[in-house]
Each structure stands twice: as C-alpha cells, then as structure tokens.
Design a protein around this ligand. Structure first.
Ligand code: BTN
Length: 255
C-alpha cells in the first residue's frame, strides 16, 4: 500500500453484517490505529443513509469502512470530512475513467454519480467527545464489477457498466485509499477553503437552477445551490434572491 497510514492494516472479511457495525463494535473493545480498514466481500445487512439498506453483489464490489480520528474537527464542522471523502472518490473515478466520456458528479450530501447514475454511496458515523469528533467510521460502497441492479437499473451503475471493463477490486481500493489519505491530510493542515472550492466544482446543480422537494411541507420549489456549509447544510438561493439553509431531512432533489 502506497500510503503513510490509511490502509496499512486491512481486516479482510468474507462475510459480515455491515463493515460499519463491525468497526463500531471493534472501537468499543480495542485500541484501533487510525487508518484501519475493514473490507468485506459480502455484507448481509449493509446499511445506507437514513436507515436505508445497501445491497451489493458479493465479490463484485468494494464495501469497506475506514477508521479515522479527526480530533482536530469540531462537531459542528463534521461535514468537512464528508467533503474530502466525496472528493477522494471523485478523484479516484476520474483517475480510472478519465473525464472524456464521463460526467462524474458529487450529489449532496455525498453520493457519487457517473453519467447521472449512482456508483458509490457513503455512510459516515462519528463518535463525539465533548465538542469534538473523537473517531469516525467512513463506510464506502463502490460498485465495481456488478452489472445487474434489478429494479434499481435506471438509478444505479458500476465501473464495469459505464466502461465495459472488469476491474481488479484491490487496485481500485488502493487508489481510493491513497486519495483519501492525501485529502484527509489536506484537511488536517487546515485547507478547508480549497477543499470546499473543489467540492463545489464537482457538485451536481451547483449554481444551476433545479427543482427541490420540500420534505417537511410535501411541496416543491425552484432554486440553485450556492454553498454547502461545514455542518452539512445546503444553502439554496431562490429566484427572488433570498437564500435559505436546509438540512438533509428538510430537502431533497432528483438526478
Ligand atoms: C448510501 O448511499 O445510502 C450509503 C451507503 C453506504 C454503504 C457502505 S458499504 C460499507 C459500509 N458498511 C455499511 O453497512 N454501509 C457502508
């Protein structure tokens, strides 16, 4: 592994309920070095955002959790970590696919899309201590060689589906871990301004009018994304020029 600490220790599992759950249990019991990766060939209870499930064909994809100790991050700035994770996935896909035939986008909060279909999902769980993040479990599910997504066919994709090629999963994971380390170290050095600029550069519907669903009032409105705040709130500008901030439970939009 061509990294300083991320992925130096990879726990390889044939099957587990969820790598995030496994990591959480491990953190309760033992002292874990920052950068440890739990990588499973199959998850029987893969977890997604907002209580959803993450289904991935065994042995075809990458499903892993990375343990980080971002003690330098205040709890209210937790979304900086989501930004660097999304950027690392974006950079890895760009490295593998190039940009000529592929539109690689980050969809707030942290899905990654290729040609408007979801290729990667992220579930980050934090353990807080006082007002800081003590430990983070960064769970990533990247679709690599799966070609059948059943009823999700119109929404999901994989590296193989978009490129027609098979990929060695360990090579894809190595690239991703390398990019995660580079970006994590940038964040640790306080480069959150540059990180945000890059995040917005690849963000779907940044400065572009689209239709949003108001999840609380079950209605819709038009506007454009103008920023994503350190706490993860989405800042939207309406046609009137008025700006409002929404959290994940308040707003959604399609792709
Ligand atoms: C989402 O898009 O809803 C997030 C999906 C996150 C899936 C990954 S797979 C590895 C890790 N373990 C889990 O149980 N979930 C995450």
């Amino acid at each position: 592994m061509d990294t300083l600490f991320i992925g130096n220790n990879i726990v390889r599992l044939t099957e587990v309920d969820s790598t995030n759950s496994y990591a959480r249990a491990l953190l309760k019991d033992v002292n874990v070095h920052e950068g440890m990766v739990i990588w499973a060939d199959n998850q029987t209870n893969g977890r997604g955002q907002r209580g959803s499930v993450w289904n991935a064909e065994p042995l075809a994809n990458i499903t892993f959790s990375l343990i980080l100790n971002p003690g330098f991050l205040n709890a209210t700035n937790h979304f900086h970590l989501s930004k660097i994770v999304a950027l690392a996935i974006h950079a890895t896909l760009t490295e593998i696919l190039g940009t000529d035939n592929y539109d690689i986008k980050i969809k707030w909060p942290n899905d990654i899309l290729v040609n408007r279909k979801k290729i990667c999902g992220v579930l980050i769980e934090h353990i807080f201590r006082a007002d800081h993040i003590h430990q983070s479990i960064v769970g990533i599910g990247l679709n690599v060689n799966q070609v059948d997504f059943g009823e999700l066919e119109s929404k999901a994709t994989s590296l193989k589906l978009v490129s027609g090629k098979e990929f060695a999963r360990d090579e894809v994971l190595s690239k991703l871990l390398k990019n995660l380390e580079v970006l994590y170290l940038q964040l640790k050095q306080g480069k959150e301004k540059e990180i945000n600029i890059n995040y917005l550069k690849f963000l779907l519907y940044f400065e572009q009018e689209t239709s949003f669903n108001d999840l609380k009032n079950n209605s819709s409105f038009k506007g454009k994304i103008v920023n994503v705040l350190p706490n993860g709130y989405l800042e939207v500008e309406f046609n009137s020029g008025e700006r409002r901030k929404f959290d994940m439970k308040e707003v959604g939009f399609g792709y």
